[in-house]
Design a protein around this ligand. Structure first.
Ligand code: GUN
Length: 288
């Protein structure tokens, strides 16, 4: 069967969501007398991290969230960074704290994540928020997994009863998105780069989520006819140097019923969910 995959534009969905959020933020500013405030900490000058942080600042500006970006050299000591976070935890004018990952190897990222107050943890990485997700209690959901579910829902893609396969098992994407899909009554297989006979597994999936971090890894022979293919990869194409996903889009698009593209797919949704999480933290804080 030849299908022409419908491209789901995360960028367009994100744009609509940002419009809604912008209106709400302006109401909240009137009500509470100040804008929500996100503080982002960037260590070093890794081009990928710099670009992510710029995207976050731009998103804040678009919806009226105050953004402060604090930058430090890679020589910063772990204890210094933890003290900066502790101060932000106690700062009544800061609603959300995000430390851009990855961190230099002398800084233990668990120590950093555990130090951010769970109430200001807009990434949803703190163990308390992770536990809330697994126990189905209210907490802050991680941005990319939340964005993926919203993309599926915006495109009216049924999740219940479907077979989903997630390639990737990271704490940031693979594991939490698998849990969210499971909660929506999909049957979920978590695969990874070391899975044997990966093709046999991926090609039975109605919903295939690629979050493995390998450029153009998913090819047409790994995809079931009519599958929904969601690409979470943010990689550089080794040949062209351009941004590319984990899915070889040109190779896969005619086999999928719906497909996301990189760029313009899940990335913009991650940022929008971060903005929503910031507003959620702000509201809790203001209504305390
Ligand atoms: N680095 C890559 N993605 C992310 C993210 O979602 N949050 C943080 N803090 N760092 C990242």
């Amino acid at each position: 069967m030849i299908l022409v995959g419908i491209i789901i534009s995360g960028k367009d969905i994100a744009k609509e969501k940002k419009e809604v959020l912008k209106n709400k933020v302006s109401e909240y500013i009137n009500k509470y007398g100040r804008a929500p405030h996100l503080t982002v900490i960037l260590i070093g000058e890794d081009p990928g991290s710099v670009s992510y942080v710029k995207g976050k600042s731009k998103g804040c500006l678009e919806v009226g969230i105050k953004n402060t970006t604090l930058t430090y050299p890679t020589t910063i000591k772990e204890e210094e960074l933890l003290n900066i976070i502790r101060e932000l935890n106690n700062d009544n004018e800061v609603d959300g704290i995000l430390v851009q990952l990855p961190l230099p190897s002398h800084i233990n990222s668990s120590h950093v994540i555990n130090t951010i107050s769970p109430n200001k943890d807009v990434d949803g990485f703190h163990p308390k928020n992770v536990a809330s997700l697994y126990l189905k209690e209210s907490g802050i959901l991680p941005c990319t997994p939340k964005g993926i579910i919203e993309v599926l829902e915006s495109a009216s893609i049924e999740i219940e009863g479907k077979r989903a396969c997630v390639i990737g098992r990271s704490n940031i994407v693979g594991l939490p998105v698998s849990k969210l899909l499971l909660d929506k009554n999909a049957t979920v297989t978590i695969a990874h780069s070391k899975t044997k006979n990966l093709k046999e597994i991926t090609s039975t999936a109605d919903i295939l989520i690629a979050a493995v971090g390998k450029p153009l890894f998913v090819k047409e022979d790994m995809v079931k006819d009519g599958a929904v293919v969601i690409d979470v990869g943010v990689n550089r194409n080794p040949e062209t140097g351009k941004l590319c996903g984990d899915v070889d889009f040109e190779n896969v698009k005619d086999k999928a019923s719906y497909i996301t593209k990189v760029p313009g797919g899940i990335g913009p949704m991650t940022i929008t969910c971060l903005l929503e999480n910031t507003v959620e933290c702000y509201l809790k804080h203001m209504e305390e």
